[in-house]
Design a binder for this molecule. Structure first.
Ligand SMILES: *Cc1c(COP(=O)(O)O)cnc(C)c1O
Length: 223
């Protein structure tokens, strides 16, 4: 199916989820995750109106970034980032969704020329296979980030467990939203933490109902 048709379907569902939860569609940023697909398919998504591109691996990120350079796009790095690879994307990336440790923060801070918007990745469901800080670690981590001037924590990011059980998924999103409130109460200058990056192909409607501002959609959009 054409990306444009899939996008239309997704936009309809976003609208529905917003209506249901009394939110405005303006609050939602759709990130097209192109990690599975070619340059051609990515271009189709861009033509259809996707302006935020997400990649989870350095190679894919660079390949697409280099190809579409000069276009009015925002580039999101959503995967695990090795500290030694920071230098290879730091001047290209607009937003990093996977800040999860101090060593990575230090490397970003050292390499960046201007402030980088970062989401802290939180492993709400505490699955072994998932990266991210546990919820309890987030506030202490933010304290340690204070003196890293190039890092602006714009929000929190999580991935829900892969399950059909919507209650479980919803609980995870609720917990992240609560945590975001807690961070905001601190009034940190380096961590305004206004956004929630949560929701993928299988759970973005629930995520929106629970406050997501950035949804990351791959398979249902370009797959
Ligand atoms: C792959 C990926 C997505 C998109 O997943 P889909 O289920 O294909 O929508 C979103 N976020 C992250 C971090 C990913 O790695």
């Amino acid at each position: 199916m054409q990306v444009a048709a899939k996008l239309e379907e997704i936009n309809r569902k976003i609208e529905h989820a917003c209506l249901k939860s009394n939110r405005s569609i303006e609050e939602i940023t759709l990130i097209g995750v192109t990690k599975y697909v070619t340059i051609e398919r990515t271009e189709e998504a861009i033509q259809a109106g996707v302006h935020h591109i997400g990649e989870n691996r350095l190679e894919g990120f660079r390949e697409k970034y280099d190809h579409f350079q000069g276009m009015d796009l925002k580039w999101h790095f959503i995967g695990t980032l090795q500290s030694r690879k920071v230098k290879d994307i730091i001047h290209q990336v607009d937003v990093i969704h996977s800040l999860d440790r101090l060593s990575l923060a230090k490397e970003i801070n050292k390499r960046a020329q201007q402030t980088v918007d970062c989401f802290i990745q939180v492993n709400v469901s505490k699955e072994e296979s998932k990266h991210g800080l546990s919820p309890e670690e987030v506030l202490p981590f933010l304290e340690k980030l204070r003196d890293h001037q190039k890092i602006q924590v714009v929000g929190l990011m999580t991935m829900a467990p892969h399950t059909e059980d919507e209650t479980v998924v919803r609980q995870v999103f609720k917990r992240l939203a609560e945590l975001k409130e807690q961070v905001q109460e601190k009034g940190y200058e380096h961590a305004p933490c206004t956004y929630l990056s949560m929701g993928m192909s299988n759970d973005y409607e629930v995520a929106i109902e629970e406050g997501a501002t950035h949804i990351r959609i791959g398979s249902k959009l370009v797959g």
